[in-house]
Design a protein around this ligand. Structure first.
Ligand code: AMP
Length: 279
């Protein structure tokens, strides 16, 4: 496994691989890696010759400065974990590499993906995500890029951006990896104590309850009942939505295939998100 910190050294290596006719699969990450991230590497290696993982905590996607400050940074153990995986190349750039002073800022109207769920509660977050992923795509130039469905709205945004700019990159959504308890793996779980990990299970229980209720009730009814259930737990709810999987428009009276429940909540000071297809 090779590790590069600069665009120049990374691109030299990648262009040699491309000259040999190899395909590049890309997994962008912010580090603090766990088996969820490694599952993306495994998916990538199944369908691409060379797997590139980036580790970069992108400051522009944090709307809360404290969250950025507290975001776990564990580069050494990340590299150890990746060395044991099927990752071929790690790109761990500095802020100066990613955001040179003359880099134009992209401002993209996300249509129906705007103003809902994460975008409503974390204004500017997806603008930061779009900018960093566009930049990383431009640097790595992969043929396929792998994103976790754990960040459901992010997958929709990246697909939208890729279509909008007609980028020749296939976006591959990958399933959410959970602890055996059902808690979705997340770098933020490092900040939860044992009691909080237990109370956070209300999220997965609510998603499962929604799936069960969806067989007999309308989306509106399921939403009302699951909010009531969720509020019996200790977490503080930010939103529970049932949405169309592509447009993210809220479903009210009728189900459509792929309907997905998305939840965001605070467990103490830690903000958790999760989702599940319920119909
Ligand atoms: P992050 O480092 O949080 O930016 O995540 C990097 C990538 O890993 C994103 O595409 C995430 O959606 C994905 N990811 C994070 N957690 C999980 C998980 N539990 N299962 C699958 N993918 C995940």
């Amino acid at each position: 496994m090779e590790v590069y910190n600069t665009i120049e050294t990374l691109q030299n290596h990648i262009s040699n691989a491309k000259l040999d006719g190899k395909t590049i699969g890309f997994v962008p990450s912010m580090g603090a890696l766990h088996p969820g991230h490694i599952s993306l590497v495994q998916q990538a290696k199944k369908v691409c010759d060379v797997v590139v993982v980036s580790i970069y905590v992108n400051p522009t996607q944090f709307n809360n400065p404290d969250d950025l400050l507290k975001y776990p940074r564990t580069l050494e153990s990340d590299l150890e974990l990746l060395a044991k995986s099927e990752c071929d190349i790690v790109f761990a750039p500095s802020n100066e590499e990613i955001y040179p002073l003359d880099l134009p800022n992209i401002s993209l109207d996300l249509g129906t993906l705007n103003g809902v769920m994460e975008d409503a509660l974390r204004p500017g977050h997806f603008n930061g995500v779009v900018n960093v992923v566009y930049r990383l795509f431009d640097i790595v130039k992969p043929s396929k890029a792998f994103f976790g469905l754990k960040d459901f709205q992010q997958v929709a945004v990246i697909k939208y951006m890729t279509n909008h700019f007609k980028l020749p990159i296939e976006i591959i959504p990958c399933p959410t990896i959970r602890e055996s308890s059902g808690l979705a793996m997340s770098s933020r779980n490092l900040r939860l104590n044992d009691h909080q990990k237990e109370t956070a299970l209300i999220i997965f229980k609510t998603l499962n309850l929604a799936k069960e209720l969806a067989q007999n009730l309308t989306p509106n009814e399921v939403k009302a009942k699951t909010i009531e259930f969720f509020q019996r737990g200790e977490l503080s709810i930010e939103y529970i939505e049932i949405v169309h999987p592509l447009t993210l428009v809220s479903l009210t009276d009728k189900w459509i295939e792929g309907a997905t429940m998305c939840i965001a909540a605070f467990c103490g000071e830690v903000r958790l998100i999760d989702n599940q297809q319920i119909y």
